[in-house]
Design a protein around this ligand. Structure first.
Ligand code: FAD
Ligand code: AMP
Length: 472
C-alpha cells in the first residue's frame, strides 16, 4: 500500500491548492481526481477550471467584446460594416484557455512533487482511501496520516426537467452551444443563470429568466439588486420573478416549459432550456456512511470553523462544506488546513470574503448588507455614490451603477461595501483590504485616490457616509 502524509480527494481550486500548500510545508502529498477533460484526458482544476469560473469568464469576455463592437463602438465614433459571431471559434478559444490552465495545474502538482492519482476515490477508513483508475483496472489503496476531502459540487437538477445534453442542458451544456439559440429560457436567476444569460443575450438570443423567488438576488444589498435588475432589463433580459418552473420537455424542435406564478400557470416555448437552480455537494459516492463521516441534512460534509470533520485526521474544504460556493473560499480553506496540519494556527476570516457576479456592470460585495444589519438591530450609516457622477465612468460611457459603503454608527468601522460598477471584481479588493484591516470610512476618506478612476466612486461613497461628498 502506498503511504503519504496527506491524500487529497479532488483537484479543484480547494483540493489542488491544499495539496500544493501541504507539499510546500514538507508533507508528502497525493491528490486523486476523477475529472476527464473534453480531450478525453484527466484534467485537474475541478469545476472552476473545466466548466465554471474560467470558461464562463472566457465566454463573458468574448460576448462582451462582440456586444461592444456591435452596439457601443458607434457612440465612440467608430463605425464599420459587417460584424459576425463565429460561435465555434469562440468556444474553441474558451477550450484553449481551459486546457492551458488545467495543464498548468498538472505542471504545478508535478513541480511540487505531488503524486497525481487520476480516478475516482472513496474512503476505506479515516486513514485510507481507494482510487479506481479510469477505464477499470485494479483500484489503488492509499494510506495517509491525514485525508482532505475536496470533492466539490455538481449542478442540481429539477425532477420534471430531464436534461438531454442538447436542447435541455445544465450550466456545463450552456458553455457548449454550437450556435446562438434564438430563444433561450434559463431556470434560476442566480449568479450562474445571470452570467450565462448575459453571454447568450449579448450574442443575440432572446433570453427569459424564470426565478422562483419573489425578490431579485436576495443575497445582494437591496439597493444594488434593484439597480441591477433595472439595468439588466434595460439590456433586454426578460426576468420573471415568482415564477416556479413545473416542467420542461424537449419536443422535435422546441422545448416546452411550464411554470406558475401569482397569475396562474403558463407555458412558453424556446429553442434551448438551461437549468441553473444551484449546486449540490459531491458526497454520494464517497462511502461517507461506511466510515461514519457525518453529513448534514443537505448532504454537505459537517465541519467546524477549521474544516475538521467528525473523524479525527479527516478534513473537508470547498463546495462540499458549508459557506459560499466560491473558488477563492475553497482555496483559502485548503491553505488553512495544510498550515494547521503543519502545526500553524491559521484561521479564515469568513466575514470578509468577496462575492462577484460577472455581469456588465459587475456586481461585487463584501461584508454585511443593510438588511442583515437591520435584522441584527445594529445601528449603521450609509453612503452612496452613483457612477453617473463619475468623470471616468462618463469617459468610458459606462455610467450605470453605484457604490455603497455601510459603516458602524457607533465607531465608523466599515461593515459592508457593495458595488455595481465596471471592474467591480477588481475594485472590491480595496474594500476587502480595508475591512481586513478594520478600517473606518474616515480611513478611506483620507486615502488619496487616483483621478480619474472608478475607485474614486468608493472614495466618494465613503465621504457620503458623513454627508461630505465632493462631486454630487
Ligand atoms: P470543484 O471545483 O467542484 O472540484 C472538485 C473536484 O473533485 C472535481 O474535479 C471532481 O471531479 C473531483 N471529485 C469529486 N468526487 C471525486 C471522487 N470521489 N474521487 C476523485 N475526484 C472526485 N466561483 C468563483 O469563485 N468565481 C466564479 O466566477 C465562478 N464562476 C462559476 C461559473 C459556473 C458556470 C459554475 C458552475 C461555477 C462557478 N463558480 C465560481 C463556483 C466554483 O466553480 C466553485 O466554487 C469551485 O469550483 C469549488 O471548488 P472545489 O475545489 O470545492 O470543487
Ligand atoms: P444560485 O443558487 O445562485 O445558482 O441560484 C439558483 C436559483 O434558482 C435560485 O435563485 C432559486 O430560487 C432558483 N430556482 C430553484 N428552483 C427553481 C424552479 N423550480 N423554478 C425557478 N427557479 C428556481
Amino acid at each position: 500500500m502506498k503511504k503519504f502524509d496527506v491524500v487529497v480527494i479532488g483537484a479543484g481550486p480547494a483540493g489542488y491548492v491544499a495539496a500544493i500548500r501541504c507539499a510546500q510545508l514538507g508533507l508528502s502529498t497525493a491528490v486523486a481526481d476523477k475529472w476527464i477533460g473534453k480531450d478525453g484526458k484527466p484534467a485537474p482544476g475541478g469545476t472552476c477550471l473545466n466548466v465554471g469560473c474560467i470558461p464562463s469568464k472566457a465566454l463573458l469576455e468574448s460576448s462582451e467584446q462582440f456586444y461592444q463592437a456591435a452596439h457601443k463602438f458607434e457612440s465612440h465614433g467608430i463605425r464599420f460594416k459587417g460584424i459576425d459571431v463565429d460561435v465555434p471559434a469562440m468556444i474553441q478559444r474558451k477550450d484553449k484557455v481551459v486546457q492551458t490552465l488545467t495543464s498548468g495545474v498538472q505542471y504545478l502538482l508535478k513541480k511540487n512533487g505531488i503524486a497525481w492519482l487520476p480516478g475516482e476515490a472513496k474512503l476505506l477508513s479515516p486513514q485510507s482511501i481507494e482510487v479506481a483508475p479510469h477505464g477499470g483496472g485494479q483500484p489503488d489503496a492509499i494510506e495517509a496520516r491525514y485525508i482532505i476531502i475536496a470533492t466539490g459540487s455538481s449542478p442540481r437538477e429539477l425532477p420534471n426537467v430531464p436534461l438531454d445534453g442538447a436542447q435541455i442542458v445544465d450550466s456545463t451544456g450552456a458553455l457548449e452551444f454550437k450556435s446562438v439559440p434564438g430563444n433561450l429560457v434559463i431556470i434560476g436567476a442566480g449568479v450562474i443563470g445571470l452570467e450565462l444569460g448575459s453571454v447568450w443575450k449579448r450574442l443575440g438570443s432572446k433570453v427569459v429568466l424564470l426565478e422562483a423567488m419573489d425578490s431579485f438576488l436576495p443575497m445582494v444589498d437591496d439597493q444594488i439588486a434593484q439597480a441591477a435588475q433595472k439595468e439588466f432589463e434595460h439590456q433586454g433580459l426578460d426576468i420573471r420573478l415568482g415564477a416556479r418552473v413545473l416542467s420542461g420537455k424537449a419536443g422535435r424542435k422546441k422545448v416546452a416549459v411550464t411554470y406558475e406564478d401569482s397569475k396562474g400557470a403558463h407555458e412558453i416555448e424556446c429553442d434551448n432550456l438551461v437549468v441553473a437552480v444551484g449546486r449540490k455537494p459531491n458526497t454520494e459516492r464517497l462511502n461517507a456512511e461506511g466510515v461514519g463521516l457525518l453529513l448534514d441534512e443537505r448532504g454537505f460534509i459537517h465541519v467546524d470553523d477549521y474544516c475538521r470533520t467528525n473523524l479525527p485526521n479527516v478534513f473537508a474544504i470547498g463546495d462540499v462544506v458549508r459557506g459560499p460556493m466560491l473558488a477563492h473560499k475553497g482555496s483559502e480553506e485548503g491553505v488553512m488546513v495544510a498550515e494547521r496540519l503543519a502545526g500553524e494556527q491559521t484561521r479564515i476570516n469568513y466575514d470578509v470574503i468577496p462575492w462577484v457576479i460577472y455581469t456588465a456592470p459587475e456586481i461585487a460585495w463584501v461584508g454585511k448588507t443593510e438588511r442583515q444589519l437591520k435584522q441584527a438591530a445594529r445601528p449603521y450609516k450609509t453612503g452612496v455614490f452613483p457612477l453617473s457622477a463619475s468623470g471616468r465612468a462618463k469617459a468610458m460611457a459606462e455610467t450605470a451603477g453605484l457604490v455603497k459603503v455601510i459603516s458602524d454608527a457607533a465607531n465608523d468601522r466599515i461593515l459592508g461595501v457593495h458595488m455595481f460598477a465596471p471592474s467591480a471584481s477588481e475594485l472590491i479588493m480595496e474594500a476587502v483590504v480595508a475591512m481586513e484591516f478594520a478600517a473606518s470610512t474616515e480611513d478611506i476618506q483620507r486615502i488619496v485616490h487616483a483621478h480619474p478612476s472608478i475607485s474614486e466612486a468608493f472614495h466618494e461613497a465613503a465621504l457620503a457616509v458623513d454627508g461630505r461628498s465632493l462631486h454630487i
